[in-house]
Structures are given as C-alpha cells and as structure tokens.
Design a binder for this molecule. Sequence first.
Ligand code: HEM
Length: 155
Amino acid sequence: MLYQIILVIHSFMRWLVLGSLLTTLVSAYSGWLHPRSYRPSDQTLRVVATSIAHIQLLVGIYLYTISPIISYYWKFRPSFGEAIEFPFFSLIHISLMLIAVVVITVGSSTAKRLKNDQQKFKTTAIYFTIGLVSILMAIPWPFSPLVTRPWIRLF
Ligand code: HEM
C-alpha cells in the first residue's frame, strides 16, 4: 500500500520536475539570448526547480528501498535478455537521474555565485539543459523502446 502511494507520487512528480525545469530554461535562454538583468523571479524559478528535483531524488531513493522490482533484481540478478525492466530501474534509471540532479545542483549553485547577469543566464541554461536531457532519457515513457510506464499513474 505504502509502495503504491509512493509510486503514484514519484510518477506524478515527474511532471513538476519537467515543468519547473522547462520554465527555468525559458527564463535562462531568453535572458541569455536577449540580454536583460537577472531578476528575483529568475532566481526563484531556478531555486524552485532545483528543490523539486531534490525532493524527487529523495522520493526516488525511498522508492528504491521498497520497490519489489529492485529487491528482485538484487536477489536474482536477472540478465538483460530476460527482462530489461529490472536492470533499467536498478541501474540505468538511478544513474542517469543521479547525474541529472547533480548537474542541476552544480549549475544552480554556480549561477548563484556569479556576479555577471549574462553569465548567470548562460550557466543556468547549459547545466539545466544537460540535466533535462538526462532526465528525459531516463523516464520510462509509454513510447520508450526499453521500459514503458503510464503517462499518469492512478491507484
Ligand atoms: C529526479 C528525477 C526522476 C524522475 C523524473 C523519475 C521518474 C520516474 C518515473 C516516471 C517512474 C515510473 C513510475 C510509474 O511506474 O508510473 C519512475 C520509477 C522509478 N524510479 Fe524514478 N525518477 C527520478 C529519480 C529517481 C531516483 C534518483 C531513483 C532512485 C534512487 C528513482 C527510483 C525509481 C524506481 C525504483 C522506480 C520503479 C519503481 C517500481 O516500479 O517498483 N527515481 N521514476
């Protein structure tokens, strides 16, 4: 039951992660390509997106500890040929998502420290783009060739 609830939350939070990253990227690219000053709202978007990514990371780590798919993988180590679902979530999903969150965190804290507004926009744009691409690759989309999961998970 708890597992089901956490899975629904984790599945739904992907949309918050993607939405906040995309909004921050629109602000970062617009400020970088059409130079303007770095406003408090740009900072808020960046900090909120980073925080949502951190919360999703924590939910993901918790899900990892209770998921039957993960425990089955570490117990029996099914090979790739048997069912990609197991190594996908046990290794690929977690690795790419961890890399993404680290890149987003480093980008956000670097942008915060920079004094030049154009540098702030540019740094946010580059780091967040890399993070977003990594996340998009690691999500089990309904059209994914590896593992498919629903767009929205209901109980
Ligand atoms: C930060 C960005 C992340 C996003 C956007 C994300 C997104 C997703 C999505 C959409 C699913 C499919 C949910 C469903 O079945 O409906 C999923 C499953 C899963 N995620 Fe993540 N995830 C992220 C990070 C992580 C991290 C860091 C971990 C582990 C440390 C993790 C562990 C898992 C596990 C174990 C499952 C499968 C659980 C199961 O079916 O038993 N996720 N994730």
